[in-house]
Structures are given as structure tokens and as C-alpha cells.
Design a binder for this molecule. Structure first.
Ligand code: HAS
Length: 551
């Protein structure tokens, strides 16, 4: 049988190119993760003098930056091609230029990590210093991602021009919002890397202002987490309703939540720096308040997803408060994987609210609690949703089938990941409350008398991490089988329509210009005075200019 791809085959190639890199990153990154949990159990030492921080850098960079960015862009391109129509040759060319820049950048950055000259973790905190080419490689990744982003912006603008007066397709709007947020967020990263870190690593300047560098990093780092989350929300709002046979609860509500992410995810970076000296408490307090505002779109999403489940359940005849539960397609991996991601996101989000509370942050900051938090968010809610997307996206755009047998394997993969993550992150949260540090090799804290009480949790982490590793290997097998050996055929590209009772979308929620301006106003409001303070109070040469705060 001949395969029928659900989108233009040239667009599919560009999307798939991104996904190949993403899932190769998963394979190597997951292996690094396995080594980490074993080392932290205290029962295993790394062979051949491999450095723990080198492994940690491989893990963070490949899974936190490479897997996510490539997957997200590949998914948005495929989705946009589906809902807006084929990319033009020029738009696609731009996409390929961006893709190759990113891939070459990853190869350069990875080379220096493997050579042991860039063990600076994914946060690149100065004064840890890597080889300049590592930063240059990462810069290429970022600039390449912008260029791929431009092709998405141009395709969206072309749709608007060709369909005057109409509301843009929701998925395309969400894709653009995600990439606008990414672009604006990257301005902070680009500034610290190009203006501070590269000149310093090239020895052109003798010192670096650590506080400014970390502040610019976290200006980027928090929206980075929403850049990971928003594509998962695209799936929860637009794809999941179709998979369960329902409709989108409200197009406007989905757009409002994405606009709120654009507005409030940038001016909140200080909640990663609550324990750092040199930032006035007033501005920390303000950013904590803004952090609570950025929780709202997630609460709206939880409400909307529940409403979608309930509406569909009632359509199928469910009665009572929770009758709809029985009507959900539990045996469909395309649904189960994102659903279990949502389940883990509930404690993950609650943990985020704890982190953001100034006082409670003192207890958990720099402990392995935080690692538990982000494994429930990015590595569960986002990763499991990305896997759920891959199950249908890959066969759908390559003209293959997601067979019943593959679905079974995907269900097994999903349970391995879910159970593994449950044990690993629960143990991380518990150990964190007892003071177990994050980002630390076992040898660094083994002598600490408190470390004895962490041992049971560290063993539980190792068990959970091993299950997760099996889940990752299964995922890589599923991905490459779907791409190369699944039977040819036709697979649905599930895009839901909006419920007939939903309100019409007000024009303001289809207008990026307004929201981009408001975003910049908020950024200036939250950061201008603190930046002036930092520069005035710690000019070059003053004490603390290159002080070490920790990894
Ligand atoms: Fe976070 C640290 C605060 C969300 C990722 N976070 C991190 C780090 C990462 C990360 C990677 O304020 C570590 C960075 C580093 O290396 O140092 N985070 C928050 C808050 C939220 C939050 C308030 N984080 C995320 C998301 C991430 C992520 C999302 C990745 C994707 N985080 C912090 C803070 C720190 C931090 C501090 C710094 C800590 C420190 O001291 O260093 C909120 O956005 C969370 C809101 C989410 C919810 C959950 C809504 C639930 C939904 C699911 C519905 C379920 C359904 C299923 C429908 C309120 C939408 C129903 C089924 C049933 C069975 C009932």
C-alpha cells in the first residue's frame, strides 16, 4: 500500500529533520541521566575518570535544550502546515537554514562537552568557564531557532493576508505565541553570552559581572520553561479534544492563556534568584507577585481540559460528577501519555508554587527538591505530551500507520516513564526536604553526617531513574520504527474544532502587536531599576565582581 502523508511532504521532511535530532538527543541524554542516578546512589562510580559534571552537562543540554527546542519547532512546523496549508519554497528554505545552523551549533557545543572543556551545566553560570566555541555553538543553536521561528511567523502572516478579517487557526496562533516568547526570552541569553561570556572566555576582558550574567540568564530561564510548556498546551487544547472525539471548549480561553504566558513569563526571573545578594527585596517581591500571575493560565488550562473531558463524557452518556472518567480512551497511547503527564503536572505545579513562596524557597533552593519539581514539569507534563504527539505525528506526516501493536508498546513505554518518574521525583522531593543538595557529585557530600538519611531516597531515585531509562529506550525504538519501518498507510493528524457554544474570538486576541508591546512594558517595569542598581553598585573591579555563588 502507498503511504499518504497528512501534510505537504516537503514540510514533513523539515519537521522530521528536527525530530531526528530531538530523539537522538533523548537517547544520549537519557544515558547520562541513568549514570547520574546511579552515581548519586553511592553504589557506582563513573568509569575511566569521567567527570560527574560533564555527564550532568550532557544531560541538561541535550534534554533541556536540544530535545525540547528541536521537537517543539518540528511539531509547530508540521501543525502549522496542516492548519494554514503548505509552506512556500522561501519559507521552507528559511526553515532549513535555521535547522542546519542549529544542528551545526549542537555538534560544536557537544564536541567541547565531550572533550571535557565545557562542564558548565545547561545554566552556564559564570564564573564556571567553558571553551569559547561551546558558547559559539550554543549561539548558533539559538540564532538557528530564531530563523526557523521566522518561517513560522511569515507563514502565519501570509495566512492572515490571504484570509482578511478571519480569526487565525488556533494552532498557528499558539505556535507563533510560543516562538515570540522564545525570541524575546533569548534576548537575555544572547546579551549575556555575546556581551559578557564570550569576550571573557576569549580572554578579551579579565572579569565578568556574575550577578548581571545570572540575572540575564534567568530573564531567559523562566520563559524557557513556558517555551517547553506551551507546545504541550497546544496538544492539550487542540489535539486531545479530537483524540477523545470531542471539541475545543473555548478558542478564546486558549488564546487568553497563551497571551498571559507571553506577558507574565518574562518579568519573573528573580524567583530563581531569591537567595542571591545584590537584588533589592522589593523587586524580588514584585517578581514573586508576577510569578503568581503566571500560574493563572495553567489553572485556566486545567479548567478547560477538565471541561473538555466532561463535555465529551456527557455526550457519550456519562452521568454524575465523575461519570465521564469511564468514557475516556484509556487504551489509546496518544491520549494516555499526555494524560499521565497532566496528572504529574498537578504536584509539579504545586511544587512550583512552593518554590515561588519567598520563605519556603529558603528551605528548598538548591536542594534536590527543585530537581524533583522540574522532572514533574518538563520531564513529565511536557515530555510525556511530546511522546504522545510523536506517536501519531510521525506516522501521520510520513504516510505510515500507528498499528495496534505499536500502540501497545507505546502504552508500555508510557507506564515505564510514569512509574519511573513517580518514584524518582517523589524521592527527590523527600530528600530535598532533608537538605540533599542538587547539582552535586556524590563524592562532594558523602562525608556529610546528614547524608546517611538521604540514602534510602537516593536508592529510590536510582530505581525510578532506571525505569525511566527503559522508558526512554522504548521511546527511541518507537520513534525510529514509526519513522522507518511502520507499515505504509494513512494516519490521522488530529485537530479539533471549536465547540459550537463557545464565544466568538475577540479581535484583540488575534493581534500580536498589542501583546508584544505590553510584554516589553512589563519587562522594563520589572527589570530597569534592578539593573541600574546592579551596575551602579558593582562596577567592574569592585568586590564581588567575579564572586562564586555556586553551580
Ligand atoms: Fe518551575 C525552578 C516556580 C512551572 C521548570 N522550574 C524550575 C526549574 C525548572 C523549572 C527547570 O518560583 C529549575 C531551574 C534551575 O535549573 O535552577 N515553576 C514555578 C511555578 C510554576 C512553575 C510557580 N517550572 C514550571 C514548568 C516548568 C518548570 C511548567 C517546565 C516545563 N520553578 C519555580 C521556582 C523555581 C523553579 C520559584 C526556582 C526554585 C529555586 O529556588 O531554584 C507554575 O507555572 C506552575 C503552575 C502549574 C499548575 C498546575 C496546573 C495543572 C494542570 C494539569 C491539569 C490536570 C488534568 C488531569 C486536567 C498550577 C494544567 C486531571 C487528572 C486527574 C487524575 C485529577
Amino acid at each position: 500500500m502507498k503511504g499518504v502523508a497528512s501534510i505537504n511532504t516537503k514540510d514533513a521532511k523539515l519537521s522530521m529533520a528536527n525530530l531526528y535530532v530531538a530523539f537522538t538527543a533523548l537517547l544520549i541524554g537519557a544515558l547520562a541521566g541513568l549514570l547520574q542516578v546511579w552515581v548519586r546512589s553511592g553504589k557506582f562510580t563513573l568509569p575511566a575518570g569521567i567527570d560527574y559534571y560533564q555527564v550532568l552537562t550532557v544531560h541538561g543540554v541535550l534534554l533541556g535544550l536540544v530535545l525540547t527546542t528541536f521537537f517543539i519547532i518540528g511539531f509547530i512546523i508540521a501543525g502549522q502546515s496542516k492548519v494554514c496549508g503548505d509552506y512556500s519554497a522561501g519559507e521552507r528554505r528559511l526553515g532549513w537554514i535555521g535547522f542546519w545552523m542549529m544542528t551545526i551549533g549542537v555538534a560544536i557545543a557537544a564536541t567541547f562537552v565531550l572533550l571535557g572543556e565545557a562542564s558548565v551545566l545547561y545554566t552556564m553560570y559564570a564564573p564556571l568557564m567553558a571553551h569559547p566555541l561551546h558558547y559559539i555553538g550554543l549561539t548558533l543553536v539559538v540564532v538557528g531557532s530564531w530563523i526557523q521561528g521566522f518561517s513560522v511567523f511569515i507563514r502565519h502572516a501570509r495566512w492572515k493576508k490571504e484570509n482578511p478579517g478571519q480569526t487565525s487557526p488556533l494552532l498557528s496562533f499558539m505556535g507563533v505565541a510560543t516562538l515570540v516568547l522564545w525570541l524575546v526570552a533569548c534576548l537575555g541569553l544572547a546579551t549575556t553570552v555575546l556581551v559578557q561570556i564570550i569576550p571573557w572566555s576569549l580572554n578579551l576582558v579579565p572579569t565578568i559581572d556574575v550577578l548581571i550574567s545570572r540575572t540575564l540568564f534567568w530573564y531567559f530561564g523562566h520563559p524557557l520553561v513556558y517555551f517547553w510548556l506551551m507546545p504541550a498546551y497546544i496538544c492539550w487544547y487542540v489535539i486531545i479534544p479530537k483524540i477523545i472525539g470531542g471539541k475545543i471548549f473555548s478558542d478564546s480561553l486558549a488564546r487568553v492563556s497563551f497571551v498571559l504566558f507571553m506577558l507574565f513569563s518574562m518579568p519573573v526571573g528573580f524567583h530563581h534568584q531569591l537567595l542571591e545578594p545584590g537584588i533589592d527585596p522589593f523587586w524580588k517581591y514584585l517578581q514573586v507577585v508576577l510569578t503568581y500571575l503566571v500560574v493563572i493560565p495553567s489553572l485556566m488550562t486545567a479548567f478547560s481540559v477538565f471541561a473538555t473531558f466532561e463535555l465529551r463524557g456527557r455526550e457519550l452518556g456519562a452521568t454524575g460528577i465523575f461519570g465521564w472518567w469511564k468514557k475516556l480512551p484509556w487504551k489509546d497511547a496518544r491520549f494516555l501519555a499526555p494524560f499521565l503527564g497532566m496528572v504529574l503536572f498537578i504536584p509539579g505545579g504545586a511544587g512550583g508554587i512552593v518554590n515561588a513562596s519567598h520563605q519556603m524557597n529558603q528551605m528548598v533552593h538548591n536542594t534536590i527538591w527543585i530537581t524533583g519539581h522540574f522532572h514533574l514539569t518538563v520531564a513529565s507534563a511536557c515530555a510525556m505530551t511530546f511522546f504522545g504527539i510523536a506517536f501519531w505525528l510521525v506516522p501521520s506526516i510520513t504516510g505510515r500507520k500507528f498499528t495496534a501493536k505499536m500502540n501497545k508498546l507505546a502504552l508500555t513505554q508510557t507506564w515505564f516513564w510514569f512509574i519511573g518518574m513517580f518514584f524518582m521525583s517523589a524521592a527527590m522531593h523527600a530528600a530535598g526536604l532533608q537538605g540533599a543538595p542538587r547539582r552535586s557529585a556524590y563524592s562532594e557530600y558523602a562525608g556529610n553526617p546528614d547524608a546517611l538519611s538521604w540514602i534510602p531516597y537516593q536508592l529510590a531515585q536510582a530505581v525510578g531513574g532506571t525505569l525511566l531509562f527503559i522508558g526512554a529506550i522504548l521511546m527511541v525504538i518507537i520513534f525510529f520504527s514509526l519513522a522507518f519501518s511502520a507499515p505504509k498507510g494513512e494516519e490521522e493528524f488530529p485537530i479539533a474544532v471549536v465547540h459550537e457554544n463557545a464565544e466568538k474570538v475577540p479581535g484583540i486576541f488575534d493581534n500580536f502587536k498589542v501583546w508584544i508591546v505590553v510584554t516589553f512594558v512589563l519587562i522594563l517595569f520589572a527589570y530597569t531599576v534592578p539593573f541600574i542598581d546592579m551596575i551602579q553598585n558593582a562596577p567592574p573591579g569592585s568586590p564581588g565582581y567575579t564572586n562564586v555563588i555556586g553551580r
